[in-house]
Design a binder for this molecule. Structure first.
Ligand SMILES: Nc1nc2c(ncn2[C@@H]2O[C@H](COP(=O)(O)OP(=O)(O)OP(=O)(O)O)[C@@H](O)[C@H]2O)c(=O)[nH]1
Ligand SMILES: [Mg+2]
Length: 299
């Protein structure tokens, strides 16, 4: 049999469920998710090999319109990372949130206008649509927006129609040898995932208070087989944010640490000793050099 292999970009505005969809397809947590927009900051690949077919999904940061409060270097980085993922892909999955079409969806559509690869539109979160009869006329309206290879209502959270989406995507994988070993599931390291899991817990517990002003740097990742020692440094912009992150009597940071450690142990199949620190580094999110040194680098 001939092998097929291709890149599939998952794009859309922030918070529509891109990372949830990738994790659902992969059957494990590869990319972090939260109720807050702009959770994903980097491209993350999720690789799924089924017999002769290898799907390389690329989860991307939510494409957003830069405004006064969203015009930092980190915002530019995130938009670039999302747009870059559209280069040389074999298929695009464009995700939207039910019938809630916004200016930012138009913005994504605009970015897709130069893309020659087939675009599949997935209308996500349909488990939340009470009146399912709204859906049919809406799906028809969506057809007018551009030529889509297919339009599917799905629920990334519950898995509804996700196998059907994968079948649709599979039609566009070109004949090719596999780029990754058949058992590899991501291009990212355990170190990267460890940092992301800490960030996820902070986004989930403190998203309202410090949504974008926090990043995580892994200072130590020492794998001793049955036990992995990890030290993670959380960088914030202001002393007040450091206080929030630590919480009263250190309660907040302890809870973040506990939840992140449990996820790490599950992901790595080993015991984890996790040390968390907080430091103030002013202006890191609007400084290209600082961003690069913190791993926000397109290369
Ligand atoms: N009810 C419901 N919620 C969903 C579904 N898919 C995702 N969500 C929720 O929507 C929120 C955002 O999900 P994410 O996967 O983080 O969204 P994203 O598009 O990756 O967001 P960014 O990375 O910020 O661009 C989370 O709270 C998810 O649990 C779905 O099918 N149904
Ligand atoms: Mg995401």
């Amino acid at each position: 049999m001939t092998q097929t292999c291709g890149f599939v970009a998952i794009v859309g505005r922030p918070n529509v469920g891109k990372s949830t969809l990738m994790n659902r397809i992969l059957g494990q947590k590869i990319s972090i998710t939260s109720r807050r927009p702009q959770t994903t900051r980097h491209q993350v690949m999720g690789i799924k090999t089924e017999g002769d077919a290898q799907f390389i999904y690329v989860d991307t940061p939510g494409m957003h319109i830069q405004s006064k409060d969203r015009n930092k270097a980190i915002n530019r980085f995130m938009n670039q990372a999302a747009t870059h993922a559209l280069r040389d892909v074999d298929c695009v999955v464009f995700l939207v949130d039910r019938t809630r079409w916004t200016k930012e969806d138009d913005n994504v559509l605009d970015k897709l206008s130069h893309v020659e690869a087939p675009v599949i539109l997935a209308v996500n979160k349909v488990d939340w649509v009470e009146n399912k009869q709204e859906l049919l006329p809406w799906l028809e309206q969506l057809q007018a927006k551009r030529t889509f290879a297919a339009i599917l209502p799905i629920s990334a959270k519950h898995g509804t129609n996700v196998p059907e989406l994968e079948t649709e995507v599979g039609k566009y994988l070109p004949e090719s040898i596999h780029y990754f070993p058949d058992d590899q599931v991501t291009d990212r390291s355990q170190r990267f995932l460890a940092a992301e899991l800490v960030r996820e817990k902070v986004m989930r517990q403190l998203g309202d208070e410090l949504p974008y002003q926090m990043t995580v740097e892994i200072e130590e990742f020492r794998d001793e087989g049955r036990i992995i020692h990890i030290s993670a440094l959380m960088l914030v912009e202001r002393p007040g944010q450091k206080k929030i992150l630590i919480g009263e009597n250190g309660e907040r940071i302890k809870k973040v640490g506990r939840e992140a450690r449990l996820d790490m142990e599950k992901a790595f199949g080993a015991k984890v000793m996790l040390n968390l620190w907080v430091k103030v580094k002013r202006g890191w999110s609007d400084d290209d050099r600082a961003l690069k040194s913190l791993g926000y680098d397109l290369e």
